[in-house]
Design a protein around this ligand. Structure first.
Ligand code: GUN
Length: 282
């Protein structure tokens, strides 16, 4: 039986620490860190994520500014909102929930957020800092995964790591963070030939491709550590990851459940980045 890597347990612990740190920050500076979250349109999944971010802010004493805009919002209107938040001293972090409606160019929006307030670490300047070193923020999901690996004493150094999925939000930065920790990383994607031969030789396997129960037992090495980033709602209402949990779990040493694995850590890292941003902006 594999040990369950619980993002719920670890995030509760980390959030208690963040709440303490927010209190000390407020005492020393007289300021409360603030996070602005912008949601455009009414994608149901995004609405749930944004609501969870709001609740998490309140839990640790960060002020949350929720900005909900209609689907019809123009790119220019959204850019104006961002300019106002960039200039607002009470707002230390800005997050625009992705995906955006098709008529708005995501790159243009991300590029407009001040790199100092870019708590997602999506701005090219922050991405560049992660590649080269000397960063202030790490992208929330990959950073949360490294935090989980550390908590469960999974040594990354020298290990063979496979990341499945090359998105800008998870796969690419994940490969960078594992490399920084001296893992030997293969970044796999939809054009990868013989994917199973790569995944089944990995000591640490991170799956982030958004395909329900894609990774099966024949694709993992005995004793591997498996991190499942997927959150997929099936037609029958079940919530599953990108890993076929029931058949993979008996074969591996450690695995994240869905839900309760990576998900809670992503928001926790967002809180941490918001506090970091507030400190850097003093
Ligand atoms: N959509 C899905 N994940 C994320 C995330 O981490 N940040 C933002 N801004 N949008 C997302």
């Amino acid at each position: 039986m594999a040990e369950l890597i619980s993002g719920k347990v670890v995030s509760e612990k980390v959030r208690l620490q963040i709440a303490e740190d927010v209190k000390s920050f407020a005492k020393e500076t007289g300021k409360v860190p603030g996070l602005a979250v912008i949601l455009v349109g009414n994608d149901p999944a995004s609405s749930v994520y944004v609501r969870n971010k709001h609740k998490a802010c309140l839990q640790v004493g960060i002020t949350s500014y929720q900005i909900e805009l209609p689907e019809s919002t123009t790119e220019e209107e959204l850019l104006e909102r961002i300019d106002a938040l960039n200039a607002d001293e009470k707002v230390n972090g800005i997050l625009v929930q992705l995906p955006l409606p098709k008529h708005i160019l995501e790159d243009k929006i991300i590029n407009r957020i001040s790199p100092k307030k870019d708590v997602d670490a999506f701005h090219p300047e922050n991405v560049g800092r992660i590649v080269i070193g000397g960063y202030d923020f790490l992208p929330c999901t990959p950073a949360g995964i490294v935090e989980l690996l550390d908590h469960y004493k999974v040594d990354i150094s020298g290990k063979s790591c496979a990341v499945v999925g090359r998105s800008n939000i998870v796969g690419k930065p994940m490969a960078l963070l594992l490399t920084e920790r001296n893992g030997t990383v293969t970044l796999c994607h939809s054009r990868t030939k013989d994917l199973a031969s790569i995944t089944s030789s990995a000591d640490i396997l991170v799956v982030a491709i958004g395909k329900p129960e894609f990774l099966t037992a024949n694709m993992v090495k005995e004793g591997a550590v498996v991190i499942d980033v997927g959150i997929n709602r099936l037609a029958d209402g079940r919530l599953v990851g990108d890993v076929k949990f029931d058949e993979v779990e008996p074969k591996v040493s450690k695995i994240t459940p869905v839900p309760g694995g990576v998900g809670p850590m992503t928001i926790t890292m967002l809180l941490k980045n918001t506090l970091t941003a507030a400190k850097k902006q003093l």
